[in-house]
Design a protein around this ligand. Sequence first.
Ligand code: NAP
Length: 273
Amino acid sequence: MKMDGKTVLITGSTDGVGRYVAARLAAAGANVLIHGRDKERAKSLADDIRRQGHVEPTFYPADLSSLSGARQLAEAVLADHQRLDLFISNAGIGSRTLGAERRTSADGHELRFAVNYLSGFLLAYLLLPAIKASAPSRIVNVASLGQHPIDFDDVMITRGYNGGRAYSQSKLSQIMFTIDLANELKGSGVTVNSLHPATYMNTTMVREGGITPISTVEQGGEAILHLAVGDDMAGRSGLFFNGMHEAQANPQAYDPTARKRLRALSLELTGLA
Ligand SMILES: NC(=O)c1ccc[n+]([C@@H]2O[C@H](COP(=O)([O-])OP(=O)(O)OC[C@H]3O[C@@H](n4cnc5c(N)ncnc54)[C@H](OP(=O)(O)O)[C@@H]3O)[C@@H](O)[C@H]2O)c1
């Protein structure tokens, strides 16, 4: 992997699999823009990378539980960079983060939908001019095998809330967005793919869910890097991968009507309409 001269942004890189991917990309020579909320964890990652003799990453703090946080992040990145070779939308919360009860974002949207999906949707569109300017360039959406179809009559899950369903709905939304964006970007030189990195990696999200980890961040990280920089992925777009292998997502992902509804709703909720 040679990333000299390449600029990459990976959200949620202060911890977990994002931290691993950021360190690997920095070691390959990339100028890595790291993101999260926790300054201390960001500093420890930046120190590690610098100590190993690689380009020190720049930390862009932003809370993605508000759309204004996502907008501020995009503005800060675009103020410093006109080109972005790789955008990995990885920041996320689990089914039990902040407890088992339903929670809402600063904008009043169901929290898992907001953090895991809507903020990444908004970021991708706001960053697109810089990503297009770097074509051939790539977007990777870190989703999951946990997928639940969207009930368009109750997208914010106001009835019968369950954290697992909320998480899985947000992850399927990322996959549906990936397919749409890939279609939209045909011919632009920008590809976009999504994946399930690995099952129950040993990360904060998994541990706080009370789940015993069964995979390592290295396994999931290598799957993300495959989509991000793999030679065999050049020109391939709109796909979903389970780890290293192409896979089928929940059937709703392949329903153009459902994707159209999600897209219209997302444009409206993010103010991009
Ligand atoms: N772990 C698994 O087994 C697994 C399986 C399938 C898919 N995934 C997906 O992989 C991605 C990474 O998960 P992980 O397991 O590495 O999680 P993690 O260790 O809990 O790390 C989550 C990252 O997201 C950031 N983040 C969380 N909430 C945020 C917010 N409101 N605003 C900004 N940043 C926020 C955190 O930053 P701060 O701590 O600095 O706020 C952290 O860097 C997620 O999208 C997850 O859904 C994970």
